[in-house]
Write a protein that binds this ligand. Structure first.
Ligand code: GDP
Ligand code: MG
Length: 241
């Protein structure tokens, strides 16, 4: 892959301890990739930290947003940033090491024959390590429900370790994406599936974060239920999404 073709977008909110370790690790495994950290003005100074790293490591960028608006909005501004430039393969990745950079080369091989590659916690059994049982059951059943309700043939629709071909993001009407939380992931997968893009799930192992805190909230769960109903409706009545 040529330099300037791969962009890894990492959304952050209070991830200082993680991001300082993650960026060098990603660069070690995929030196040709550029990185874009989308930070929602984290009070812990994540943004400043990234600026310092960017001064020493090539291809590291920071997109600062003025307030915390959720994962979906952060990604959408990251996607726009990528599309304004020449990137062909655009990744989503969490900052907290639940997404191990060692899997990045697997995505690169799989994207050669596909348009969207999804790192899947539930492709071969359940590959989640150290999550509280309550959290695991919530995630697992939310994904099962998403499959039954929308018909989407994907086992892990809410995960955020993904690689898109540019063409998928170009086709997507970014301003129409309604979810701000994690279910934004399902919304995009649903769209890509409806549009007939080639989607592949590859197995990943997902350990819980060791540093910092999760941003999961009940607001996200509520939003998810509404999204499921809406996608169900679209699945039934509309051919085009
Ligand atoms: N920019 C931005 N990043 C966020 C926001 N919410 C979560 N994140 C980031 O999204 C990634 C996944 O969030 P995390 O809290 O680890 O979710 P969990 O693994 O499902 O508990 C992490 O890198 C977070 O820092 C947000 O509102 N804005
Ligand atoms: Mg996490």
């Amino acid at each position: 892959m040529k330099p300037g073709e791969i962009l890894i977008i990492i959304p952050t909110f209070n991830e200082r301890e993680n991001i300082v370790l993650l960026i060098p690790e990603v660069k070690k495994i995929l030196p040709e990739a550029d990185i874009l950290v989308v930070d929602d003005s984290s009070p812990d100074g994540t943004g400043q930290c990234v600026k310092e790293i960017a001064a020493t490591i090539n291809g590291v960028n920071l997109l600062e947003r003025s307030k915390k608006e959720g994962l979906g909005k952060a990604y959408i501004s990251g996607f726009k940033w990528a599309l304004e430039r020449n990137y062909q393969y655009i990744f989503e990745m969490d900052a907290d090491f639940s997404h191990d950079p060692k899997f990045l080369p697997d995505f690169i091989s799989a994207i050669q024959e596909n348009d969207l590659v999804i790192g899947s916690r539930y492709k071969s059994g359940v590959n989640v390590v150290n999550w509280p049982m309550k959290r695991l059951l919530l995630s697992y059943y939310a994904n099962q429900l998403a499959r039954v309700v929308t018909g989407i043939p994907i086992r892990d629709s809410t995960g955020g370790f993904k690689c898109f071909r540019r063409s998928v993001l170009e086709a997507l009407k970014l301003e129409k994406i309604s979810s701000s939380g994690y279910f934004f992931q399902l919304e995009i997968n649903f769209f890509a599936w409806k549009r007939g893009f080639r989607i592949k799930e590859i197995p990943i192992i997902f350990p819980d974060r060791k540093r910092g805190v999760s941003k999961m909230s009940t607001k996200i769960i509520r939003e998810a239920l509404f999204l499921l109903l809406r996608l169900r409706f679209i699945s039934f009545f509309k051919r085009n999404y």
